[in-house]
Design a protein around this ligand. Structure first.
Ligand SMILES: [Zn+2]
Ligand SMILES: [Zn+2]
Length: 352
């Protein structure tokens, strides 16, 4: 079968690999449909592999995907061949402190499909535990299903920000996570949604997704713009999706007192912060990791009801053989216009 495997730094090959062996008890074999390319994939390709141990290479990549169940192992009673599903990358133990408290994303024995598990979404087949598989309602498309994993993290992040209906919110960075944050904030009844993003195409997209004002941080003072639009008060919360010092600073500077700044972006390397300012303004700065898997059912219900058009972040659909030139290289281009690219192992992509 065809799979995209990372062999080393800047060495990603679409190649023929052996199909999975017999399905172990409690596991399922699936046929991936659409798989999103994530910032982590770009990073592993360009600067890694960092998360995949050298001994596990070559690694089948892809951790945001929808699929059709092909075969279920012994003891799997909740899934049947033919089921349409989203596959979560989280392979969790189910018995540690966090797992038994419903925080499987924080599992101390966590493995991630497409990163530290033998199979991933960029292949014609994958084997994963049944506990990593979420059935899709009929109204939810495979494309929407492929966005469920980052979307779950964003929903968790927006909730961590304390956003309530009517609250004004600043989102910094309008890549896939920032765009999803705009959609989730809008779906959650936010008041004014402000977005700071240097790329014009991404600012325009954020406006289409529900932002009432967008700012180019290279040419304006974001916190002053937010203050002007909130009668000098500042935003009620902020969501950091840029991974940059400037984005983090803009969030802290733009919120009112007793607000929360939720940091979803992975900040690689050190940042300069001034916690004294957090103290005298009674701020909460919250790190956001993963989500509670039990929350996915209500997220899917909101998509099914038409209230959360997650597919709007998708800017291209490509075939697996084109993943490097039409996927990874386009996303890595600082002047590029892509946000979320979906990759298909089985279907031909389009040229968009
Ligand atoms: Zn990801
Ligand atoms: Zn665990």
């Amino acid at each position: 079968m065809l799979a995209a495997r990372l062999h080393g730094n800047r060495d990603l090959r679409v190649e023929d690999v052996p199909e999975p062996d017999a399905v172990a008890p409690g596991h399922v074999r699936v046929r991936p449909q659409w798989c999103g390319i994530c910032g982590t994939d770009l990073h592993e390709y360009a600067h890694g592999p960092l998360y995949t141990p050298a001994t596990d290479l070559p690694q089948v990549i892809g951790h945001e995907f929808s699929a059709v169940v092909d075969e279920v192992g012994l003891g799997v009673t909740t899934l049947r061949p033919g089921d349409r599903v989203a596959v979560l990358p989280h392979v969790f133990c189910g018995t540690c402190y966090y797992c038994i408290r419903g925080r499987q994303g924080l599992c101390v024995n966590l493995k991630l499909a497409g990163v530290t598990w033998p199979w991933g979404g960029l292949a014609e087949q994958a084997v994963v535990p049944a506990s990593s598989v979420v059935p899709l309602p009929d109204e939810v498309s495979f494309e929407q299903g492929a966005v469920l994993e980052p979307l779950g993290t964003v929903v968790h992040g927006v909730e961590r920000s304390g956003l309530r209906p009517g609250d004004n919110v600043l989102v910094t960075g309008a890549g896939p996570i920032g765009q999803l944050a705009v959609l989730v904030a809008a779906a959650g009844g936010a008041g004014a949604i402000f977005v700071s993003e240097p790329q014009q195409a991404r600012r325009r997209m954020a406006e289409r997704n529900g932002a009432v004002a967008v700012f180019d941080p290279a040419s304006c003072d974001v916190s002053a713009e937010v203050a002007e639009r909130t009668r000098g008060l500042g935003a009620d919360c902020a969501i950091e999706c840029s991974g940059s010092q400037a984005g983090l600073d803009a969030c802290v500077a733009s919120v009112r007192r007793a607000a929360t700044v939720a940091v979803i972006a992975l900040h690689l390397g050190d940042r300069t912060v001034r916690p004294e300012g957090w103290v005298w303004r009674d701020l909460t700065v919250a790190g956001v990791w993963s989500f509670k898997i039990w929350d996915l059912a209500r997220i899917l219900a909101q998509i099914a009801a038409g209230g959360l058009p997650a597919e709007r972040v998708v800017t291209s659909r490509i075939a697996m053989r084109d993943i490097v030139p039409k996927g990874i290289e386009r996303l890595a281009d600082p002047a590029g216009d892509q946000v979320k690219i979906l990759v298909s192992a089985s279907q031909a992509g389009d040229a968009r």
